[in-house]
Design a protein around this ligand. Structure first.
Ligand code: PMP
Length: 294
């Protein structure tokens, strides 16, 4: 973590700072992206997963918050590639672009700042969770509804909802939380979308279930399921469907494809990682390492 890209310049990690009185610090007024780059040992190459789609979502998130980014999408894409390369890591990375209202207290016009930083994320640690699966519970908190916060985009402030649910779940001895919508339907995990498998069909809540419109989710719906010959369905999901599902998993940049082995202490299927989930994990890791030409 040597260098940060900030408003068009590469700065040293310590130099990339904001003021304590800025709107982003005081009101969470920012949006961000989470992107992964996968290091291929075979090819000595970093592969950034769906960069264009992530940058598009960053611009969509900014639009919702009336923040005009002073760079083009291409410039932000280039900044991300440059920051990843410049830091010189030869391992998987988590890349975080952030667009926020910076400046200081009550400036007549707050500047819209853009930064990109990267952190290495060793694969071996993540793999343990993905092999073993996670034990989840339904949160006592509800997913922020789109009538209160823009749930479909990555607003910094949205993550207070995620954090409060995951802290509660972890304190109760679970690995993670699952949100219901305020209407009582399944929405998603605290930082990942959710799929279940029933009778061979992959099912996931639709984009009007207050989910973040996840890029990994979309990848599975638009390409993954088709290539693997699995039927998919986007629809409302009830809580008890997870208790009787054959398989379930979380998916997203952070969670990748993480199997859910129990919900509220009830085993999902046999309480181990299901065969369809394993197939999807295998396909996903081939794709992100650039092994599929398509
Ligand atoms: N939901 C939430 C709340 C998230 O933070 C994430 C991670 N960005 C996801 C879903 C998954 O989205 P993606 O596949 O685009 O990472």
């Amino acid at each position: 973590m040597k260098y940060v890209w900030m408003n068009g310049k590469i700065l040293r990690w310590k130099e990339a700072t904001v003021h304590v009185s800025s709107p982003v610090v005081n009101s969470g007024m920012g949006v961000f992206e989470g992107i992964r780059a996968y290091w291929s040992k075979e090819r000595s190459q970093l592969y950034i997963f769906r960069l264009k789609e992530h940058v598009q979502r960053l611009f969509d998130s900014s639009k919702v918050h009336r923040m005009k980014i002073k760079f083009s999408k291409k410039q932000v894409e280039d900044a991300i590639v440059k920051t990843a390369a410049r830091n010189g890591f030869r391992e998987d990375l988590y890349i975080r672009p952030v667009v926020f209202r910076g400046g200081t207290w009550r400036m007549p016009e707050t500047p819209i700042d853009v930064v990109v930083f990267v952190v290495p994320t060793p694969r071996s640690e993540r793999m343990k969770r993905m092999k073993r699966g996670v034990r989840c519970c339904f949160s006592s908190w509800r997913r922020i509804p789109d009538i209160a916060m823009p749930a479909r985009v990555k607003t910094c402030g949205n993550y207070v909802n995620s954090r409060i649910a995951s802290m509660e779940a972890e304190e109760a001895g679970y690995d993670g939380a699952i949100f219901l919508t305020i209407d009582g339907k399944v929405s998603e995990g605290s930082g990942a979308n959710l799929f279940l498998v029933r009778k061979g069909t992959l099912i996931t809540p639709g984009v009007t279930s207050d989910i973040l419109e996840g890029i990994t989710r979309e990848t599975l719906l638009s390409v993954g399921a088709q290539e693997l010959g699995i039927d998919v369905c986007e629809r409302d999901v009830d809580r008890t469907e997870l208790y009787v599902a054959d398989e379930a998993f979380l998916c997203g940049t952070g969670q990748e494809i993480t199997p859910i082995v129990s919900v509220d202490g009830i085993p999902v299927g046999k309480g181990s990682v299901g065969s369809i989930t394993k197939k999807i994990q295998k396909w996903f890791f081939e794709v992100v390492e650039g092994k599929h030409a398509k």
